[in-house]
Design a protein. Sequence first.
Length: 236
Amino acid sequence: MLLREGDARDNDVDRRLASALAAVAGALNASAFHAVGFFSANMTGNVSALSDQLATGDFVAAVFFLAIVLAFVAGAALSTLLVNVGKERHTGGIYAYSILLESVLLALLGGADLYLSGAHRVTTLVLSLSFLMGLQNAVVTQISNTRVRTTHVSGMLTDIGIGLGVLCDIAFGRERDKDSAETRVKLRLHLTTVLSFFVGGIGGVLVYREVGGFLLFGVALILFAIAIPGALRSRG
């Protein structure tokens, strides 16, 4: 799932990667909100909250929301730098190594979460998860040539609406029928991604209520399992 990139990938590979990583993103985003009341991957909501806090003069809260957004951007930037360096050095498994890095950092965050408390725990958890979500989203965006995004639910729901509209036009004869196959493939990918994010969110909250911060270790293991086959194959 993490070796071929761009047009070399087929629809099934994209869909499997989207399902796995969107479920991970949904679990982390929803469990973070359940635990501390902030979203780690919802940049639309966080930018809106930043605007609200600035408009109402709550500058302390505004700084925190700005930090969440910047952490997400920093994660995406680091991912891009890693991928570019990997390509320059002809490292075939650079995308797999990036997800391995995410799994290691998430495990370290899980360890920190067990010992931190109060405001320090909230800040560390939310900013770290935002960074990791930015990193993950950039990895899948680059490897799929923007076809897959694991946290951008608003955009995917927009694409679902567009796809349904196109299929309706095809059914009424206002669009060419030959476009229906491509539209259905895209629609299936986006539906799968959103559903995985949704189900992952439910599972993440349920598991967090039972085991607390140990959820992060479990998700780290899932990421490790997703990435390790590609990392090993690239070295073979």
